[in-house]
Design a protein around this ligand. Structure first.
Ligand code: NOJ
Length: 537
């Protein structure tokens, strides 16, 4: 690994700032709150989580229609979260602890209150008119084409003042930028420079596959589906291969600074397409988020298939990355069935995530087993949840406050939080988990610190072993080390003999359970229910 490729060894922790920790008693998380919990994330010892980087969801000034993904000023911090000085302090304090900071960058849209859009909207002759996507038709009843928005409804908004439509893939309050205009590309790339100059270590790039739209604005072809959005094939307003160019432009800017990391959110399960953003000869982003895990049930065969796919497609051109949860999807502990054994399943999932070849991204709270919060209609703030309730309940349930303790509001705030806390917080919280040697949190800590010292886990190859339908088993091999990683997905425990390792023996180096004899014979490996074992062979 080149020293500039720090992100290959990193464990990244995603913070949804609104819900991490409130420091000023307004019920909304903020930068001061994050500062106060940096030691929890990494204080240099194994009594902290030991993460290497934070990905911060957007903290820029925003009217918060889409909770920060509608940016009105790319070069400042929303006063709800703090100030630029607070941010600089966060950078300095994080760096002092060896934690890098990755910001969220939202290339395809701005807020409708961004000065660029206000100017663009002011007149059809505005010099910024072409910075957004305006279309004229015979009148307000004739849409420019059949495109629908991701959050529902037509993607075209009529503007009375100038008698034209503007395009918005997300909310009407999020007009899409015109990246075909070189001034837009330049201004947006300069916004990245602004943060690099302050010292940020990279960006997570929001829906990078939505940046370019069809030059001719052709209507999408129809297909079968239930909702209007699903009744067309989305080939013209997203997923264009032309958008690969933008990854190249961002790479060039990052390379002006060295050591910077870019990870692209490619909201498309087609991994071959996503891999295109990695560029040829590494002239694209460093990693792409792989959404395949988000849809996989708790099944070792399915995970193996997705990982092998990623190895085949991604690893050729770049570096794999994996996540199980984020702010847009149902928390995995709930996806995997919840219930009495949910913590054990979460432990198996964590073991898989943290031992694969690639960079793991954790979503805040997963380390204590936070589940999706059940919410009632009146609690829902997420626009698609409000629109589609009860068929789709939105994303708020994955965004509720971090559970720090059994104190009121889970120790997140002294005031009523912006979203309710999960009712399980008296049992599921950081304080309690820290004091319990068998907790999921202690398991995450132990494994993350263990991982840092294992060359096979950091740099080694990965090869799956056939171990039956209950177990996931693979070898990680570096020049110095050969590790066998295995875990029981069945909950009933298992005994197996991995094909290809007949006669081999090893020594247990990591385990989820107390095991009296550290010597392992590969002819008969016994895993306790939901057990995880790593053996050096
Ligand atoms: C992807 C972000 O992750 C999501 O939270 C946001 O709502 C959409 N982009 C639209 O901006």
């Amino acid at each position: 690994m080149r020293s500039t490729e720090w992100w290959k060894h990193a464990v990244v922790y995603q913070i949804y700032p609104r819900s991490f920790k409130d420091s000023n008693g307004d019920g909304i998380g903020d930068i001061g709150g994050i500062l106060s919990r940096l030691d929890y994330l990494n204080d240099g010892t194994d009594s902290s989580l030991g993460i290497d980087a934070i990905w911060l969801n957007p903290v820029y000034p925003s009217p918060q229609y889409d909770f920060g993904y509608d940016i009105m000023d790319h070069r400042n911090i929303d006063p709800q979260y703090g100030s630029l000085e607070d941010f600089d302090r966060l950078l300095a304090e994080a760096h002092r602890r060896g934690i890098r900071i990755i910001m969220d960058f939202v290339p395809s849209v701005t807020s409708h209150l961004h000065p660029w859009f206000i100017e663009s909207r002011s007149s059809a002759a505005s010099p910024k008119r072409d910075w957004y996507l305006w279309r004229r038709t015979s009148g307000r009843t004739e849409y420019p084409n059949n495109w629908y928005g991701f959050f529902g409804g037509r993607a075209w908004e009529w503007d009375n003042k100038t008698g034209e439509f503007y395009y918005h893939n997300s909310l009407p309050e999020q007009p899409d930028l015109n990246w075909r205009n070189p001034e837009v590309a330049r201004a947006m790339l300069d916004n990245m420079r602004f943060w690099y100059d302050r010292g940020v270590d990279g960006f997570r790039i929001d829906v990078l596959n939505y940046v370019y739209k069809d030059r001719e604005f052709r209507s999408n072809p129809p297909c079968l589906g239930r909702r209007p959005y699903e009744m067309q094939r989305h080939i013209y307003e997203k997923d264009l291969t032309e958008s690969y160019e933008v990854a190249g432009m961002m790479r060039a800017v990052a390379d002006e600074y060295g050591e910077k990391m870019l990870v692209g959110e490619i909201y498309n399960p087609d991994i071959e397409y996503a891999a295109g953003f990695l560029g040829e000869n590494k002239d694209g982003v460093n990693m792409v988020f792989n959404f395949s895990f988000a849809e996989a049930p708790f099944n070792p065969r399915r995970f193996r298939k997705e990982i092998e796919n990623s190895e085949r497609v991604i690893a050729k051109r770049g570096w794999p990355s994996y996540f199980l949860s984020n702010h847009d999807i149902t928390r995995h502990i709930s996806r995997f069935g919840g219930g009495a054994r949910s913590m054990e399943r979460a432990r198996v999932a964590a073991a898989m995530l943290l031992t694969l070849r690639g960079t793991p991204f954790l979503y805040m709270g997963e380390e204590i087993g936070m589940a999706q919060t059940p919410l009632s209609r009146r609690d829902i703030l997420d626009p698609p949840g409000q629109r589609y309730w009860p068929f789709y309940k939105g994303r708020d349930g994955a965004r509720t406050p971090m559970q720090w303790s059994a104190a009121p509001y889970a120790g997140f705030s002294t005031a009523r939080p912006w979203l309710p806390v999960h009712p399980d917080y008296p049992k599921v919280n950081v304080e309690k988990a820290s004091g319990d040697s068998s907790s999921l949190l202690r398991f995450y800590r132990r494994l993350i610190w263990f991982r840092k010292e294992q060359s096979a886990l950091l740099d080694g190859s990965i090869r799956f072993l056939d171990a039956g339908g209950k177990t996931l088993a693979f070898l990680r091999e570096s020049e110095r080390q050969l590790l066998l990683v295995c875990m029981d997905f069945s909950g009933g425990g298992t005994r197996f003999s991995p094909r290809g390792l007949e006669g081999a023996s090893g020594r247990l180096v990591f385990s989820s359970h107390d095991i009296s004899n550290p010597e392992i014979s590969c002819d008969s490996i016994k895993l306790p229910p939901y057990g995880v074992m790593i053996a050096e062979i």
